[in-house]
Design a binder for this molecule. Structure first.
Ligand SMILES: Cc1cc2nc3c(=O)[nH]c(=O)nc-3n(C[C@H](O)[C@H](O)[C@H](O)COP(=O)(O)OP(=O)(O)OC[C@H]3O[C@@H](n4cnc5c(N)ncnc54)[C@H](O)[C@@H]3O)c2cc1C
Length: 502
């Protein structure tokens, strides 16, 4: 008789694969139900004209040894056989109010560079650098679900991280946009204002620069596609199963216990544990019909800000760009004229020129990508009501990107092998994420005060993982939230939690 308990996982992104790997390692029989024909979700690559378009990873926090996250990636099998490229700059702003501003990952170099640009801004520059240094030294355990920590664990964490907790408290309360106003220099003010999504709390910015300064935010050569292949292989090697093309529409609940799922083709799959590793809104408002969810969680889902919807521009270029020094986010340039994308008007854009990853393009050629924030509604409207215009808009944006690049790289418009844009509709259709958001909740000062649940009082054997359960999202929270739910299930089953197949 088979005594293994079954775990059904909805979604084969990083969170689902991580949950699956740890479920298999701990003696469960895991099946991932994935609506697409391949795993990866947001973290995917796709082929265009001989290029591999890297659809996600710019940096992997935990890429270097010495942290709990590195150990996690090792347990998940994505470290071995991967080569990580460490950039020396986080982002470079070209010609921002007449100056180039580099966010070097070496903090001494960064401080000197910012002071050279604006000596009169010594106070905020020192505050900024000191904030990165203190937060970079924080040592919060990421090897266990926070729910498994006891009072003594928390006391030790508080004592050893006292300075970092104070610093984070201060910077959690202020957005990047607000911090930018401290600078007298228009170049520095603008550079901060244009940092990624500047509604995020300053802590998030400091944390990312902290990881980069410690050399643990590398880019795995091969990008998202190769990364996911490794995760999937680890799951399958451990005996896990993937049911492709299976979109889950309902969670079956009997006597306040999740006992199975129903897929869109009306098949029922009964299981001992159900883990959702897909869009949080769909789970709460459709699959669970808002039942069992506390009012605070519903309120959070209705009021928190998501990462903006995205236009993801990609182009294959017959050129090597040897003169460009690489950076984590890329090169932020002024556009030749402001471009309206849905409800957003962009004056600048960050372009990633993958001259540091030759595996993404045929010899002598280079992949370029750009992330451009937009809204969801106007794209949905175009897609549903004016399909021709939807495609024209995509083409207009792509052409405009190339025209702006022409200023820096003369002749580039004649070297284009392909140009493409993924829209919020692409993301919604491909991943199911609410409004096509690519990383869940924006870590705003408000979001950082909220703890989102991974399971609900009164509903047994159901757990949630993925970027919707941790504001700030990204690959590390997706991976550790998948592991954490297996730790909780192990505790319930009174099993010792294993991390490696030894
Ligand atoms: C351009 C871009 C750059 C990024 N850069 C970085 C970076 O540098 N570093 C970083 O850490 N993060 C980055 N991210 C974010 C990161 O990729 C995501 O946060 C992470 O991959 C989310 O993983 P997930 O498993 O939580 O969710 P998802 O990837 O959304 O996975 C959900 C899965 O569930 C499936 N699914 C959905 N609904 C159903 C259903 N009803 N039934 C069955 N299956 C279903 C989907 O098909 C999908 O496979 C980036 C994202 C983008 C788009």
């Amino acid at each position: 008789m088979n005594e293994q308990k079954t775990v059904h996982i909805i979604g084969g992104g990083i969170a689902g694969l991580s949950a699956g790997i740890f479920a298999q390692l701990n003696g469960f029989e895991a099946t991932i139900f994935e609506m697409n024909q391949k795993t990866g979700g947001v973290c995917s690559s796709w082929e265009r004209n001989g290029y591999s378009v890297n659809g996600s990873i710019h940096w992997l926090v935990g890429s270097a040894p010495g942290t709990d996250l590195y150990d996690l990636w090792h347990q998940l099998g994505v470290i071995e056989g991967n080569t990580f490229h460490n950039h020396h700059t986080f982002i470079v702003y070209k010609d921002i109010v007449g100056k180039d501003v580099h966010f070097y990952t070496d903090l001494n170099r960064l401080e000197k560079h910012l002071l050279d640009i604006s000596p009169e801004d010594k106070v905020p520059i020192t505050e900024f650098i000191r904030g990165i240094q203190i937060i970079a030294e924080a040592d919060f355990p990421l090897d266990r679900s926070f729910e498994l920590l006891n009072t003594w664990d928390w006391t030790k964490i508080m004592l050893r991280n006292f300075s970092a907790i104070m610093e984070m408290g201060k910077f959690n309360a202020i957005s990047i946009k607000e911090f930018a106003q401290k600078f007298q220099s228009p170049s520095l003010r603008k550079a901060f204002e244009h940092f990624w999504s500047s509604d995020m709390a300053m802590t998030f910015f400091l944390m990312q620069l902290g990881y980069a300064s410690k050399g643990t935010a590398g880019y795995p050569l091969g990008g998202s596609g190769k990364f996911i292949e490794k995760l999937e292989r680890r799951f399958i090697t451990l005996g896990g199963k993937i049911a492709f093309g299976k979109k889950v529409k309902k969670i079956i609940i009997e006597n306040d216990t999740a006992v199975g799922i129903i897929t869109e083709d009306n098949e029922k799959y009964l299981g001992d544990y159900i883990i959702s590793a897909c869009d949080g809104h769909t789970i709460l408002f459709k699959m669970l019909d808002q039942k069992y969810i506390n009012p605070e969680t519903i309120d959070a889902y209705n009021t928190l800000t998501t990462f903006p919807s995205l236009i993801y521009f990609s182009a294959g270029i017959r050129r090597t760009f040897e003169e460009v020094s690489s950076s984590i986010v890329g090169m932020n340039i002024p556009l030749i004229e402001p471009i309206k994308i849905g409800d957003y008007t962009h004056e600048r854009a960050s372009l990633q020129i993958y001259n540091f990853d030759p595996t993404l393009a045929p010899k002598g050629k280079t992949l370029i990508t750009a992330m451009l924030d937009t809204d969801y509604e106007s794209w949905k409207d175009l897609y549903e009501n004016n399909y021709e215009q939807y495609h024209k808009e995509r083409e207009r944006i792509a052409k405009s990107m190339i025209a702006s690049l022409e200023v820096y790289f003369e002749g580039i418009s004649h070297q284009v092998d392909f140009m493409d844009t993924a829209t919020p509709i692409t993301y919604k259709n491909w991943t199911g994420n609410h409004k096509g958001s690519y990383e869940g909740w924006l870590p705003t000062p408000e979001a950082n005060k909220i703890k989102l649940p991974t399971h609900f009082k009164g509903l047994n054997n159901f757990y949630m993982a993925g970027h919707w359960v941790t504001p700030g999202g990204g690959m590390p929270p997706a991976a550790y939230s998948g592991r954490d739910v297996i730790q909780l299930i192990c505790k319930k089953e009174k099993k010792y939690f294993k991390t490696l197949d030894t």
